[in-house]
Structures are given as structure tokens and as C-alpha cells.
Write a protein that binds this ligand. Structure first.
Ligand code: PLP
Length: 431
């Protein structure tokens, strides 16, 4: 193992032995190289002649670039064309951390790591997979989950995915959650929590969050090493009063030395910049010191460097600029209001009792989506195809569940969407 990785592992072990056990073999071996090219380039910064970096530079020292870009982007050249650090740009990392505290006031003074930039949340999930999962590990997910988790944790890192039933009759299925966690034999459990959930659009109520957290804590107290990967892709988009409004990271980040909370978040869905490809990984653990967090940040940035090198300079710069705009908060609220309004119209549209003959909505209160459970005997794929062909309406099918992305449908068309679903179900069941 490289001496730089060993140094990081020793720091981690000194601070919290359990985290070393949580790391995968790859996670133990990775490090951000402090020696070699990067160190030598850093030492040459500001020198009269700097022949170290792998970028092209004009005679006046600015980034070489094609002039056709100039009228397209109104930002200093240094914020557009150069490589960003593998850790992410320092200004946006600081800003994002400040925003995590602001958006999650109950974090109070809990010490957390500095966010490391990732290429959207997908890449953050993959980096978490790299660091904490390997063949033989179990990753626990709810049965309604973003399908990409399979590609990441199973195909990518060889872990086994185990599902618990997300819903009982009324809401979060705590019994199923508990039973699944308790069935894991290994000393380490990797748990993925995604609220607001894709595809269901469910976020646990504040009362449910307390119970979920208590179960995780129970296992940690019994000695299990809990890596809780928190996918906050749809953070902030909650539409009901009783729903827990902050990230569950808040509850886990300082709870127990056996619980490593790994928060994945980013502007993709929150700030409506799907194609920018910026996300963040942030760590929280009880008694986490800056030394421990720095070691984890180094490992994460090392994994990023060895994987995609770094994240778009332009995207990070654009976001940082917008986050400083005095209009940012209000503009964001306006977009939230549009989604909330669609949510409310959808709730109202679904309330018509005639629909229960063919489908029932699963619990939903947040996010971009909601799901309906089709009645027994109705084939969801046939309904989907019929919706496309006869009603010019596209939806997504998971088994016997249909997902409606109300985020993508104008409010005025939402009653029609629900009615089309009803009509398609009726046609199919009368065939
Ligand atoms: C639950 C969940 N996590 C992560 C992502 C991916 O986010 P990103 O586009 O930032 O990679 C998605 C996208 O659909 C998602 O639904």
C-alpha cells in the first residue's frame, strides 16, 4: 500500500477505528497524491517561468482559448477554461457547506467535513460505493428506489443489494426496515436513505424520522458499523407540514461513533441544473475531528482524481456566482411554488373515488414524483404502452407501480394526465 494511503489510514484509525472497518479495500488504498506532479506544480505557482501544468497558456499568462467562447460567457477566463481542483473549487465548497448549515438549522454546531465536489449525485454515489462497498457487503435500500443504485453498488462494486418494503398501509414501514437491518449478518451495514424518494415522492414525517434514526442508533450501539448514505437529490422539495423538512443527515451526523453519515447532495434537482453535473459528498460522525474529516476528504478527492479527475470549472463558477446573487433565494422559492402547486393539483385530481377501481396513490408528499399502485390483474406495461399510443401520455413503470413525474407536467395538464391514466386502465381492463 502507498505510504500516503497508510498515513491517511493511521489518522483515521487514531480518530475512529470503526471508520477503517467501514472502508472498502479500494477505500483503504486510495489517497490524494500530495507528492509528484501536483506537489511540484503547486511549488512552481507564481514563478517567472512555470513549465509544469498540462494546460495551454497565452503569452500574457491567461488561459489559451478559442475567441468564439468570449461572447457566450460573461466571466473571467480563469473561471471558465482551467482545471478545477479534484476537491472542487474552494469558494463553492465553502459556500455549499455554509448552505448545508443554513438549510439544516438543527445541525447547529455539529462539526462536519468540507464538501468534496462530484460530477452530480450519481458520481457522488459511485464514489461512496468506491470508498465503502465491495463484494461481500450488503447495501440496504427501500423497495422503491432509483434503479441506478443497482448499476452503482452491484455492477460497479460487487455489493449485494437488499430491499425492505418502503410502505405499510399508512406510511413508512418501520417494521420492514427494522427486520431488514437486523437480518444483515456482516459487522458493517451500508444503508441508503433517499428522501424525498425517487420514485415514490415520499419523505418520512418528523415522527417517523425519529423512529428510523432510533433503529439505526440501536444497531450502532450494538456494535454494527453503519455507513448511512443519504441521497438528498430532491432536498427541500417538501409540500406538507408534518414532513421532516431537513435532511436526515442532521439526525445522524453526530449521533454515534459507529454511524458514518455520508451526505450526497447538489444543485442538480434543487437548483434545476441537471446538465451542469455538480454534486457534493459531505461526512458527519460523532466526535469527528478536522483531522479525521481531512483524511476522508483526501481519500474522496483521490477517488475523484483517479476516476474523472475533477468537476467542470465552468459549472462550479456559474453556480457560485448565482449563489451570491440577491435574487437567488426568491427565484428558488418561485420555482418551488410552481412544483408545490402541481403537487396540490395532482393530490386533488387523484381524490376522485372512481380511480380506486384501477389504481390507488401510494403515499407522497415531496419531490418530483409520485406513484400509483395498479389494481390486481392490470398489467402496468400494457397500460403504459396504451397511454403512449392512444392518449399521447408518457409515464414510467416499475413492476405493478406507475410513476408520474409531476415536476415535468404543466399544472393545467395534470388533471388530464390522471384522467388519461384512468381511461387507459379502463380500456386495458375491458380488453
Ligand atoms: C434519487 C436520485 N439520486 C440521484 C440522482 C442523480 O442526480 P445527478 O443528476 O445529480 O447525478 C437522481 C436522478 O434522477 C435521483 O433520482
Amino acid at each position: 500500500m502507498d505510504a500516503q494511503a497508510l498515513t491517511l489510514n493511521n489518522i483515521i484509525e487514531k480518530n475512529n477505528q470503526g471508520i477503517l472497518q467501514m472502508l472498502s479495500s479500494k477505500g483503504k488504498e486510495i489517497f490524494f497524491p500530495k507528492l509528484g506532479i501536483l506537489a511540484q506544480s503547486a511549488q512552481a505557482k507564481g514563478k517567472n517561468i512555470n513549465a509544469t501544468i498540462g494546460e495551454a497558456v497565452e503569452d500574457d499568462g491567461t488561459s489559451m482559448h478559442l475567441p468564439d467562447f468570449d461572447p457566450l460567457i460573461n466571466m473571467p477566463v480563469g473561471n471558465i477554461f482551467t482545471y478545477a481542483p479534484s476537491f472542487g473549487k474552494p469558494d463553492i465548497r465553502d459556500k455549499w457547506k455554509e448552505m448545508i448549515y443554513k438549510k439544516n438549522p438543527s445541525l447547529n454546531n455539529q462539526v462536519i467535513s468540507k464538501p468534496i465536489a462530484t460530477n452530480g449525485l450519481t458520481h457522488g454515489l459511485s464514489m461512496a460505493g468506491y470508498l465503502f462497498t465491495q463484494p461481500g457487503d450488503t447495501v440496504v435500500l427501500s423497495d422503491l428506489y432509483w434503479e441506478n443504485y443497482n448499476l452503482i453498488f452491484e455492477n460497479g462494486y460487487g455489493a449485494s443489494v437488499e430491499l425492505f418494503k418502503l410502505f405499510n398501509k399508512t406510511g413508512f414501514n418501520l417494521e420492514a426496515f427494522k427486520a431488514k437491518l437486523n437480518s444483515v449478518k456482516q459487522d458493517k451495514i451500508v444503508l441508503v436513505l433517499n428522501f424525498p424518494n425517487n420514485p415514490s415522492g415520499y419523505t418520512p414525517l418528523t415522527s417517523e424520522v425519529e423512529l428510523i434514526v432510533a433503529e439505526i442508533e440501536k444497531l450502532a450501539k450494538a456494535g454494527k458499523k453503519m455507513v448511512v448514505i443519504i441521497d438528498d437529490a430532491y432536498f427541500g422539495l417538501v409540500y406538507e407540514q408534518k414532513v421532516y423538512p431537513e435532511s436526515i443527515f442532521v439526525k445522524l451526523a453526530g449521533l454515534n461513533e459507529n454511524i458514518l453519515a455520508v451526505k450526497l447532495d447538489g444543485p442538480t434537482k434543487e437548483d434545476y441544473v441537471w446538465g451542469f453535473r455538480v454534486g457534493f459528498i459531505t461526512y458527519g460522525i460523532k466526535n469527528g475531528t478536522s483531522e479525521l474529516y481531512e483524511a476522508l476528504e483526501n481519500k474522496t478527492a483521490g477517488a475523484v482524481r483517479g476516476n474523472i479527475s475533477n468537476i467542470s470549472q465552468l459549472s462550479q463558477s456559474l453556480l457560485f456566482k448565482v449563489y451570491q446573487s440577491p435574487n437567488y433565494e426568491n427565484a428558488k422559492k418561485e420555482k418551488y411554488q410552481i412544483l408545490k402547486s402541481r403537487y396540490e393539483v395532482l393530490k386533488k385530481s387523484l381524490a376522485d373515488s372512481k380511480f380506486t377501481e384501477y389504481f390507488e396513490p401510494l403515499p407522497f408528499n415531496s419531490g418530483y414524483f409520485m406513484c400509483v399502485q395498479l389494481s390486481e390483474g392490470l398489467n402496468a406495461e400494457s397500460v403504459r404502452l396504451h397511454l403512449l399510443e392512444k392518449y399521447s401520455t408518457g409515464v414510467i413503470v416499475f413492476g405493478s407501480v406507475i410513476r408520474l413525474a409531476f415536476s415535468a407536467v404543466p399544472e393545467a395538464k395534470i388533471p388530464e394526465l390522471v384522467n388519461n391514466l384512468y381511461l387507459a386502465c379502463k380500456d386495458i381492463s375491458n380488453r
